[in-house]
Design a protein around this ligand. Structure first.
Ligand code: DAT
Ligand code: MG
Length: 151
């Protein structure tokens, strides 16, 4: 599905460490298409929805404090198999276990400061995109290199 979309967050640690461009560049170079992007300060209500499955975890208060500690960059990327491909590019949740060559494996040290979020399934992606973006914030555009990036 060429129109598959996923949500990527460049988390507050990465914004503070000036890694926004580096993260964007990885997805751009792979060939994915950026269809929405904004810098924002997330609030608790939004994160409670985004991390609904984690609210009972012991680390949730710390996760919330981290994710609200400063601005983050929310993006929607589109392309063939983008959900699985971005997860592979992001690497293991625990940065200490993440393979070299992945974003976390190259840029982060610890699970509690792991630089990026990427949706874990197509269904999750649709739900997460709706939490972070209004429908009219997604831009549909044709990429000029399409015949050279897809067979
Ligand atoms: P992922 O971000 O790889 O999808 P997840 O959905 O299981 O991982 O967890 C969301 C975030 O919560 C994760 O990026 C970092 C934090 N987290 C997960 N497990 C943790 C742990 N054991 N200790 C501290 N933070 C954790
Ligand atoms: Mg997750």
């Amino acid at each position: 599905e060429l129109q598959e979309k996923t949500l990527v967050l460049v988390k507050p640690d990465a914004v503070q460490r000036r890694l926004v461009g580096t993260v964007i560049q990885r997805f751009e170079r792979r060939g994915f298409k950026l269809v929405a992007m904004k810098l924002l300060q997330a609030d608790r209500g939004l994160l409670d929805k985004h991390y609904q499955q984690l609210q009972q975890k012991p680390f949730y208060p710390a996760l919330l404090a981290y994710m609200t500690s400063g601005p983050l960059v929310a993006m929607v990327w589109e392309g063939y198999n983008v959900v699985r491909s971005t997860r592979a590019m992001v690497g293991d949740t625990d940065s200490a276990m993440a393979a070299a060559g992945t974003i976390r494996g190259d840029l982060s040290m610890h699970v509690s400061r792991n630089v990026v979020h990427a949706s874990d399934s197509v269904e999750t992606a649709q739900r997460e995109i709706s939490f972070w973006f209004q429908r009219d914030e997604l831009v549909a555009w044709e990429s000029g290199d399409r015949d050279y990036t897809y067979g």
